[in-house]
Design a protein around this ligand. Structure first.
Ligand code: DGT
Ligand code: CA
Ligand code: CA
Ligand code: ZN
Length: 578
């Protein structure tokens, strides 16, 4: 066997065969057989095992021909029949078929008469007014296709969590106020705190779905209604962001929320586990295949319990081992917002923040923090503080902290210069309570140079935290390259915390790297990086990323009491040389 395809990958290829067969005009019963087989395989035990046991044809809906093709897919990663179809029809046809408003018949006509074989072809044909030549395609259908194209493009463009989550809260508040909807909850990638989301999924329960759907599609911010049914609907906001709503009865709320929270990988693994217990999981409940009994769950905890699992936090549902951990009882108790006692990274008008020092201290105190630190930029950042400014700021910081009854630490976000030194000297750094050090310029360095730069910063005894360690922008920049493992090892060895920056454009460390850093015993700082008092709430995004990385409160510096934070700083400063 060349490589082991997962059941999901094989099912996806069967569905592609199904779609292309229908497009080619094959009879209904023939292509539907592939759809049924794909569904069976999504819910079956790993195919490699089934195949090894020679039991492929025992699966419901898998006859001789399909079994042979599945065998070929498992052996070679593809199959002759699929390749034949792909040779006849370009793969970009699937784009056209994915456009709302384009059904199979329309796609066939567009292909035959106008040669439309891709989204770009369709956009060109729309712009040229060519669709009007197609018989039975009225003005309204063409308008639907036009909207469908916009929505398709909108879907392809992923939206930052920081934009999507407030919109999700907005639609939830609107529905709560204007429709008989209960249990309104953002699900999908938004609930999992994915840094970028494809769309917003909302689930809710109701005995009267019709008025809920009606309110949803009538929301004043809906620019178009993409689909409207009895229990589900999709709208599209100006700019192309889609919102899906699903309404089910209250007694299946747990099943509904679990299903639509995903991720797809997590749900597929969950189904595979369920199948081994002779259970079938869906949004409508869990069917016990022994006796056909339907188990409905009011809560997600009940869903997981029915499968013999601990409840898995939504942010951890990524299909990366969380199900095994939930099964064998090793699921970590991850950090939550309630564990957080302070925030080390925030800016004021002294550098590039939009609020005064006093406003930031007051806002931090209003959040109920035990402590926080003011960390304006150092010199390197145009509007940063020179040493005299920093000393002047320090004098007012203490007084403000006392006035607002919070421990306000004096800090700075100090630039890490290209050679790894800092742009404040050690004498000045020694006057600060805690130091955040970040790379802001010189991204053009080689991987080795950047690695050395970050390690040298860790080795500076005054550096307590490395700010936004990869420099990534969730939409535009993957982050500078360095040897992650080497820097994580250096951070752990030197007692330097790595930041999880909660600014929605950063979310840095990325959760996959933070998870890796845990293996080195790194301590993390979950910060807001607020540039105004309203942005202190960005800390919730940092916590979301920390949860995705399986980080526990014990690993988070700002989940410790002030004495613990000061001890962390002091321990490193006392270690000479590092
Ligand atoms: P996104 O929207 O691309 O950021 O990612 P998700 O995870 O929000 O995906 P979405 O909106 O397509 O669907 C929401 C959840 O619903 C998804 O995570 C799992 C579940 N779901 C939706 N469609 C399917 C499906 O065809 N198969 C399975 N297994 N689950 C699905
Ligand atoms: Ca989604
Ligand atoms: Ca969706
Ligand atoms: Zn910064």
């Amino acid at each position: 066997m060349a490589e082991t395809l997962t059941n999901a990958e094989i099912a996806r290829q069967l569905k592609e065969i199904r779609t292309l067969m229908e497009f080619a005009g094959e009879p209904f019963f023939k292509f539907m057989a592939y759809e049924r087989a794909a569904e069976t395989i999504e819910n079956a035990a790993p195919l490699a095992d089934v195949l090894a046991g020679g039991r492929l044809q025992e699966l419901p809906g898998v006859g001789k021909t399909i079994a042979a093709r599945i065998g070929e897919l498992c052996e070679t990663g593809t199959c002759g029949y699929l390749e034949e179809l792909r040779a006849r029809y370009p793969s970009t046809l699937l784009e056209v078929l994915g456009v709302g408003g384009v059904g199979m018949k329309t796609a066939q006509m567009l292909f035959e008469r106008l040669g439309v074989a891709s989204l770009a072809d369709l956009e060109r044909a729309l712009a040229a007014g060519a669709l009007a030549e197609i018989p039975r395609l009225g003005k309204k259908s063409i308008e639907n296709i036009r909207r469908g194209v916009l929505a398709y493009v909108g879907r392809a463009k992923r939206t930052p969590l920081g934009t999507a989550l407030p919109l999700a809260h907005e639609i939830v508040a609107f529905l709560a106020a204007s429709a008989p909807a209960h249990d309104l909850t953002p699900a999908g990638s938004v609930r999992r705190n994915e840094p970028l989301v494809g769309d917003i999924d909302i689930v809710c329960t109701s005995d009267e779905p019709e008025p809920v759907i009606a309110a949803f599609v009538g929301w004043e911010r809906a620019a178009a209604v993409l689909a409207e049914g009895g229990t589900k609907a999709s709208i599209w906001l100006a700019g192309g962001l889609q919102i899906d709503l699903r309404v089910l009865p209250a007694h299946v709320y747990g099943n509904l929320l679990q299903h639509f929270t995903g991720s797809r990988e997590h749900n597929i693994q969950l189904r595979e586990l369920a199948v081994r217990k002779n259970l079938r999981v869906s949004e409508n409940g869990i069917v016990d295949l022994n006796d056909g009994r339907l188990i409905t769950c009011r809560t997600e905890a009940e869903v997981y319990a029915a499968l013999g699992l601990l409840e898995i936090p939504p942010e951890m549902r990524l299909g990366v081992g969380e199900i095994e951990a939930a099964r064998d009882g090793s699921l970590p108790h991850v950090v939550s917002l309630a564990d957080i006692r302070g925030d080390f990274h925030m800016h004021t008008r002294w550098s590039d923040g939009s609020d005064t020092l006093e406003a930031m201290v007051a806002a931090a105190a209003a959040r109920g923090y035990e402590y926080h630190s003011i960390s304006d930029h150092s010199l390197g950042r145009g509007r940063g503080l020179d040493p005299a400014d920093l000393r002047a700021q320090r004098a007012s910081v203490r007084a403000l902290g006392e006035r607002y009854n919070i421990h306000t630490l004096c800090s700075a976000e100090v630039d890490i210069l290209p050679d790894g030194s800092l742009d404040y000297d050690d004498a000045l750094l020694a006057e600060l309570d805690i130091v955040v050090a970040s790379v802001h310029a010189g991204h053009g360095q080689s991987r080795d140079e950047m690695t050395a730069r970050l390690i040298r910063a860790c080795e500076n005894r005054y550096v307590s935290i490395i700010g936004h360690p990869t420099g990534r922008n969730v939409e535009t920049f993957a982050g500078y390259e360095f040897d992650y493992d080497a820097v994580f090892a250096a951070a752990a060895r030197t007692g330097t915390a790595l930041e999880i920056d909660g600014q929605p454009s950063r979310l840095d460390l990325p959760s996959a790297l933070a998870r890796r850093a845990r293996e080195f015993g790194v301590t993390f700082a979950c910060d807001s990086d607020a540039h105004g008092s309203a942005q202190l709430s960005n800390i919730a995004y940092a916590i979301g990323q920390a949860r995705r990385a399986w980080i526990t409160p014990a690993e988070v510096l700002n989940a410790r009491p002030l004495a613990g934070v000061l001890a962390f700083v002091k321990t490193k400063r006392g270690t000479v040389p590092i």
